[in-house]
Structures are given as structure tokens and as C-alpha cells.
Ligand binder design. Sequence first.
Ligand code: CO8
Length: 257
Amino acid sequence: MSEHVILTEIVDRVGVIRLNRPEALNALNLAILNTVVEAAEAFQSDPNIMALVITGNDKAFAAGADIKEMADKSYIEMHQSDWFSQWTRFTDIRLPIVAAVNGFALGGGCELAMMADLIIAGPNTKFGQPEINLGVIPGMGGSQRLTRAVGKSKAMDMVLTGRMMDGEEAERAGLVARLVEDDKVFDTAMEVAQTIASKSRPVVMAAKEAVDTAFETSLTQGLLFERRAFHALFALEDQKEGMDAFSNKRRAQFQDR
Ligand code: CO8
């Protein structure tokens, strides 16, 4: 068994979380849940960290929630512990999260990737919601986030049949932001995160919040939220810096304030 269920590091201004249960294809157990959310929250509380990358290994991003940990639970145990509800702490992270996904991203693994803000994958990545084969349904957002990402018909196909889709299909369907060679997935995710890291931290947070609002509200409310957030950014020195840099044909130096 791996001693540490995740590995973390900071590369420049990017916090990296690597799932590390290779013997179980990174199956998501409570230990992984707790350590991932604690690591993500710790990165966020460091003002020097601008973005997160979450990844697995070549064979698996994560092959789902840990079936063996859940198998013998009763309804009342699942219900009263509100099993896996703590993953909302991960989606509450205000910094952008890039998922670098190779190999299997199944069940909770696919759902964890979809909790990130964007997904980088390779042609051999395998996304799926195979819970139907286990006598259950997705429980970490698959029925909701997959449907929003790829539309009803394909989401129904995935959730009802349990079939997998490869990276190319996932990119065509809008689930994957960038499809790159399998061995370039992590480096590309890091490049994306480093690009984000060159912006202004409060502006990056506002941008994430604005896009997320599109999934939670009406168009009229969403447009008002966006416009008010846009107005509020004029309280930042970084807005003055960004616009002055444009006018003077130089690169902006953001101070995150
Ligand atoms: N849970 C526990 N152990 C797992 C899991 C898993 N999800 N996936 C793989 N493993 C283990 C295997 O048991 C095996 O362990 P061991 O060597 O001790 O037998 C080891 O990882 C290697 O796996 P395989 O030998 O099966 O590897 P293969 O390459 O032959 O197959 C597969 C790879 C196809 C990915 C296969 O492992 C598989 O089908 N895994 C299960 C996929 C799955 O059904 N995922 C969905 C799980 S349910 C879920 O995610 C629900 C999420 C919502 C929960 C929220 C609750 C509110």
C-alpha cells in the first residue's frame, strides 16, 4: 500500500496534487478525500499559489470511488455520514483547478475530473460512469456535471450503459478542453496553470466565479452578476496596471491587489 495517498508539490506558483494509490488505480477512499481537500485548502491559503493541478498516473487518474470501502455499508450509514459530501470543499476552492487526466477516469474519477475547472486529456484517456454495472448511479456529480458538459443524449448513453469514452470523443463532446498526446498531458496542464499564474489572483478568482455562475442561474441574473463583478474589478490596482500596460505596449506586472 502507498504510504501517502497523495503527493503534493509547488512548482512556481502552481500547487500540484497527485493521487497516489496506484495499487488500487487511485480509487477514491475517505483518506484520499480528506487529504485532497486539505491540500487544496492549504494551497489556497498560500497567497503565492495561483492555480492547482490535480492528476493521477499513466494508468489511472482514478478508477472511481473505492468500491471495497463502500460495499458493505448500509443505507443508514451512507445517509447519516452523508458519504462523500465533503468533496464540496474541493468545488468550493476559488483558485482555478486544472485536471491532467491519463488512463481511467471512471465513476468518481470522472466526477473528480469534472469538479476541476478544465480537463486536459490524451487520446487513450478513458472516461466513464460505470456505476450502473455496480447496481448504483453516479454520486459525486456525474448525472449533473456530465449532463451539463456533454448534453442529455450522450450523458444518458454513458450513465445508462456504463460504456467508456476515449479522449478524442470526450474532446469532441466538450468534456475535455485540450486533447494532447498522452505523454504531454501533465506538461500541458502545467503550462495552462502557469499561464493562469501570470495573471492577477483576484481577477482570476472573479473570472472563475463568473463562469461558474452560468451553471447556477438564469441568463439575466448571470449577466448582471458578471457586469457587477466587472465594475468591482475597477477597485483593483491590477486593473489600472493591466490597462496601462496595454496602452504603453508593455507586459503587465500584476501585484494581486
Ligand atoms: N475501487 C476499489 N478498488 C479498485 C477500483 C475501485 N473503484 N478500481 C480498481 N480497483 C483495484 C482492483 O480491485 C485491483 O485490486 P487487486 O489487485 O487488489 O485486485 C486493482 O485496483 C487493479 O485493478 P484491476 O485488476 O481491475 O485492473 P484492470 O486493468 O484489469 O481493470 C478497470 C481496470 C477496468 C478500471 C477495473 O479496475 C474496474 O472496472 N474498476 C472499477 C471501475 C468502477 O466501477 N468505478 C466506479 C466505482 S463507483 C463510484 O465511483 C461512485 C462514485 C460516487 C460515490 C459517492 C457516494 C455518495
